[in-house]
Design a protein around this ligand. Structure first.
Ligand code: 13P
Length: 263
């Protein structure tokens, strides 16, 4: 993935959440890089490792020159200021981050992030030269109440209203149904496909200019080495945002390799 953003790049991102020290993170990154280097034919999907802030430097150093990207899990919308405990986009960029995950369900539902905060962060990430991975997804009660489409439309509209199509196409969206995160209950390929189609249709309404068909949409929620290939057979699924299964190099490599061969 170079300066020119390809249409709908294949991307697998590992969200390490609050796991691993700098030393352990660097060791995992080195192990992953070695597996990827040993199998160049399968190394055509883009990969981003997203460790905690404290391990970003060590992981960036471990992947240097390998073609594997580094991303952060959150950022503050402001450039700097009196925001104790927060990290700005330029700080992340200075550590070698290419990506930043925004609006993860754990940020929305545990830390109280609102649609408006996610929208502000999206604009700031673009300002700061980071590629945002914008997370959307419904709670179990919302799915059971047939509200999935309504939730996705609301979250996407709030985040993308006012962005131009060329800019919106350089972002990445992750559909992560909250009921599938960390539960072992992966969405079926059909459920994921249908949700991704809702996201694409909403982008066409809100942004226009062919954004819906050109933006990369990842699926996240209990993706592992055993179920990834089936998900990637769906044309509307461009990759994965992986939690638990990203904490083990061999399994995460299988997921990244599956994304590469699926298209
Ligand atoms: P799991 O893969 O552990 O379900 O986590 C998904 C996730 O939240 C990735 O951002």
């Amino acid at each position: 993935m170079s300066a020119t953003w390809p249409r709908r790049p294949r991307l697998v991102a590992g969200n390490w959440k609050m796991h691993l020290t700098p030393a352990d993170g660097a060791a995992l990154a080195r192990e992953f890089v070695a597996l990827r280097a040993a199998d160049p034919a399968a190394a055509t999907s883009a990969v981003a490792l997203c460790p905690p802030f404290t391990a970003l430097s060590a992981v960036a150093e471990a992947v240097r020159g390998s073609g594997v990207f580094v991303g952060a899990q959150n950022m503050h919308a402001e450039l700097k200021g009196a925001f104790t405990g927060e990290i700005s986009g330029p700080m992340l960029a200075s550590l070698g981050c290419r990506f930043v995950i925004l609006g993860h369900s754990e940020r929305r539902h545990v830390m109280g992030e609102t649609d408006a905060m996610v929208a502000a962060k999206l604009r700031s990430a673009l300002r700061d030269g980071l590629t945002p991975i914008v997370c959307v997804g419904e709670l179990l009660a919302e799915r059971e109440g047939n509200k999935t489409e309504e939730v996705l439309v609301r979250q996407i509209a709030a985040a993308y209203a006012g962005l131009d199509a060329a800019t919106a196409k350089t972002t990445v969206i992750a559909y992560e149904p909250v009921w599938a995160i960390g539960t072992g209950k992966v969405a079926s390929p059909e459920q994921a496909r249908d949700a991704h189609r809702v996201v694409r249709a909403t982008l066409d309404q809100v942004v226009g200019g062919g954004t819906g068909s050109d933006v990369a949409i990842l699926y996240g929620g209990s993706v592992n080495a055993g179920n990834a290939a089936t998900l990637f057979l769906e044309d509307d699924i461009d990759g994965a945002l992986v939690g638990g299964a990203a904490l083990e190099a061999a399994g995460f490599w299988k997921i990244a390799a599956a994304a590469a061969v699926a298209r």
